[in-house]
Structures are given as C-alpha cells and as structure tokens.
Design a protein around this ligand. Structure first.
Ligand SMILES: [Mg+2]
Length: 237
C-alpha cells in the first residue's frame, strides 16, 4: 500500500469518529422532552423517525447544492412539524433547532476504538477533521467527546461554501494542511461523499465501512483501503 508517504490524516467526524447515530437520537429525545406540550399526542418514536427521514433527504439536497446550510437548519424541523400536523411558526422552529444543536453538540459518544486509534496516530502524523457540518457544532462535538486535542486543523463546509463531495473542500483542506495530495489520507464512512471524491482528488482514501452493507453494490477500486473497525488503522499505519 502507498501509505508510507502519508504525513497527514484527515478524518470525517459524524459516523466516523463521533457516534452520530446514538448521539442524535439522545438529542432528539431531549428535544421531545423539552417541547412535550407542543408534541401533544405525537409519540416520541414517531417524532424521531419523521425527523430522521426528512433530515436525510435535506442533507442530500444540501450536498447537491439545492439548499444552503441555513435553509437546512430551518427546514428539517419545519417539515417535521408539518408532517406531524403540529402548529408552528418561524420562531418555534428556530428555537427547536437551536435547542437541538446545543444538546446535540454536548453528546459525547464516540465510535468504538476512536480514542485508542487517535492516541496511536497523534505522535506519528498530523491529524485533521474534514466535515460537512456546521463549524460551531462540530467544534463543540470535538470538545464534548474529548478528542479536540488530537486535531491541528478543522475544515468544515462552512469554510468553503462547498460541501463534500465537491472537490473544492478537499482542495481547501490540502492547502490549509500544506502537504501534497499524496501525503494526505482521508478516513470517512461515506463512499460517495468522502471516499470517491478524496480518491479522485488524489488523497489516499480509507473507507470506514463499519460493517454496513450500504453501498455494497458499488465496486470499490483496489487503491481504496476498506476497514470495518477503526482499530484496523493501527495495523495500516
Ligand atoms: Mg460521516
């Protein structure tokens, strides 16, 4: 493998290091409890399932540049309340979103092995975060989960206005890091938004598949490294 020339490793944050699945669920439960009176007869599970479905669709629109981050923030709760037939106005939607982002960023569950791997890598490589999330929220997540200290650089899609998979954010990240493309590895969970564009740009792509069968239908080229557990990075580097 060509990792011998690697000097810097960028990580995706959500679903790669920070356990978005568990943490967002905990935060949505807190939203439900905090706004209990407006949810009235809506069950907590229905609220969470509706939100998650709408949120996935909106992130997809955001990556395709059909909507921007501000619209995404408002729409995900607006459309959820609408779908659940709950009366709302703009200020309620904004308050719910602010509350959600605040409690979300305080959640601290990491993907198994994350800390051990970062402890191993930090002395040997420069480490950075390359993420599509909101800068403030992503930084707060790094702090809450205790992994901020490992990273010299945080690149978010807010810095470039172009989210992954756009090449611009990879190019920006490379310039900020000051290394050659081929000296940088990128570890992410999403084949289409992290791995294929990182590889196309010229970085060493490492797909953290986390045993998911998602995207199994896509054939993975030989020079993409696939791992199912973060601890495998210790063997690779
Ligand atoms: Mg991710």
């Amino acid at each position: 493998m060509s990792h011998s020339k690697i000097k810097m490793i960028y990580f995706d944050l959500d679903h790669t290091l920070w356990d978005f699945e568990s943490n967002s669920k905990s935060a949505l439960k807190l939203v439900y409890d905090n706004y209990k009176e407006i949810f009235n007869s809506v069950m907590q599970e229905d609220f969470i399932a509706t939100y998650q479905k709408i949120n996935v669709q909106l992130w997809d629109s955001y990556r395709k540049k059909e909507i921007n981050q501000e619209e995404l923030k408002i729409l995900r709760f607006e459309l959820t309340l609408k779908a659940l037939n709950i009366k709302y106005d703009e200020s309620l939607v904004k308050r719910i979103n602010d509350f959600y982002l605040d409690v979300l960023s305080k959640q601290e569950k990491l993907i198994d092995g994350a800390k051990e791997v970062l402890d191993y890598l930090v002395g040997k490589y420069e480490l950075g975060i390359l993420t599509n999330g909101f800068r403030k929220t992503q930084l707060a997540k790094l702090k809450s989960s205790g992994i901020e200290k490992y990273f010299a650089i945080l690149v978010s899609s807010e810095d470039t206005g172009s989210p992954k998979p756009d090449e611009k954010i990879f190019s920006f990240a490379q310039k900020v890091a000051g290394y050659l493309k081929e000296e940088i590895a990128y570890v992410g969970d999403d084949l289409e938004n992290d791995i294929l564009p990182a590889k196309k740009f010229g970085m060493q792509a490492i797909w953290f598949k986390n045993n998911s069968s998602f995207n199994d239908y896509l054939s993975v080229e030989d020079d993409i490294i696939v791992i199912n557990n973060l601890s495998e990075l210790i063997e690779i580097f």
